[in-house]
Design a protein around this ligand. Structure first.
Ligand code: ZN
Length: 56
């Protein structure tokens, strides 16, 4: 796993909320945190004007 921003090394880190505990990726270089759920949301294009390339 490498950082999308700086290509740095990312490590899985445990994040805990009051009721919720999950692992997320954290960049050791720039400190960016990538939550798996956020990463899933980013897969969708933000506007219909930028359709995803269709590959069979
Ligand atoms: Zn980074």
């Amino acid at each position: 796993m490498e950082c999308a921003k700086c290509k740095g090394l990312m490590v899985s880190e445990l994040f805990s909320d009051y009721f919720f505990t999950c692992y997320a990726w954290k960049c050791l270089n720039c400190g960016a945190v990538v939550d798996p759920t956020i990463a899933q949301n980013r897969r969708r294009p933000p506007s219909p004007e930028t359709p995803e390339p269709v590959s069979p």
